[in-house]
Each structure stands twice: as C-alpha cells, then as structure tokens.
Design a protein. Structure first.
Length: 140
C-alpha cells in the first residue's frame, strides 16, 4: 500500500471556538481540503469532473476527535482512497500534529454521481483511472 497523500495546514485563530479549540466543523474542512488537493495533484480538477459529467458526493462521514488543536498548531492532513466493490468507496483521513500526535480521524463513504441522471456511477474506479494523470495516488 502506498503512503497516503498529505497536506500541511496551520490552525487559524478564527477557526477556534470559545475554549480556544479548533471548531468541530473545521476538521471536516481540513479533510475536504486534503481531498481536493489530492485530486489536483492527480490531475483532476472540478472542471474536468464536470466535463466528464460526474461529481463526488459524500454519503456518510465519521469524525473521531483524539486530541485538541489550538490556533497556531501545524497539522498534516492525510488522505487515502480505499476501494470497495460497487458504487461506493472510502476516503480515510488522519489529522496529525507535527509531534506525531493524532488529533482526529475522519472516514467518508463517497460515491461518484452522474450529474445528468443524478445516480451513482457503477464503477467509480474506472472514472478516476481515465481522468487522472497520476492514478497511482488513488491506489489504482
């Protein structure tokens, strides 16, 4: 299995709550940022997806908080695609402090929707293989 794709993010003060912790919804933004960064690194833009008539849709997201994050903390957000049989796949994320401490883990069940039919495509892996200049980032 290849190393997961990752991006660095610095927690900004305006993303924190009254206790000074990173607001819970922002963890999802970090995961989404890592996903789109990975797609771009693989050569897939939003325009390219739309041009192919498809778009990713989140069907379920689970977020586990492990340790607090504070303004100024720098974190690595990883992103790894795990392919299932059928119409859905999983995207796993780890949000880790620079000292190695895991702050949160997120798992999303995702599909690729045909934008005209408004239904999930039968084999999303094939679309990613076709659209990506570097399908290896997706483990394909």
């Amino acid at each position: 299995m290849t190393e997961p794709f990752s991006v660095l993010v610095t927690v900004r003060g305006y993303e924190t709550d009254v206790q000074g912790h990173l607001n819970q919804s922002v963890y999802l933004n970090y995961a989404e940022h890592a996903r789109w960064s990975m797609l771009q690194a693989a050569g897939i833009s939003q325009a390219r997806l739309v041009g192919k008539g498809v778009g990713p849709v989140a069907l379920e997201t689970t977020l586990r908080f492990r340790r607090e994050l504070l303004a100024g903390d720098e974190v690595e957000v990883t992103c790894r695609f795990a392919w299932d049989e059928g119409k859905t796949f999983r995207i796993d994320h780890t949000i880790r402090k620079t000292d190695g401490t895991v702050a949160a883990e997120a798992t999303a069940v995702v599909g690729l929707m045909n934008l005209e039919e408004r239904k999930l495509v039968a084999d999303p892996q094939e679309y990613f293989k076709e659209l990506a200049s570097d399908p290896g980032l997706f483990g394909l």
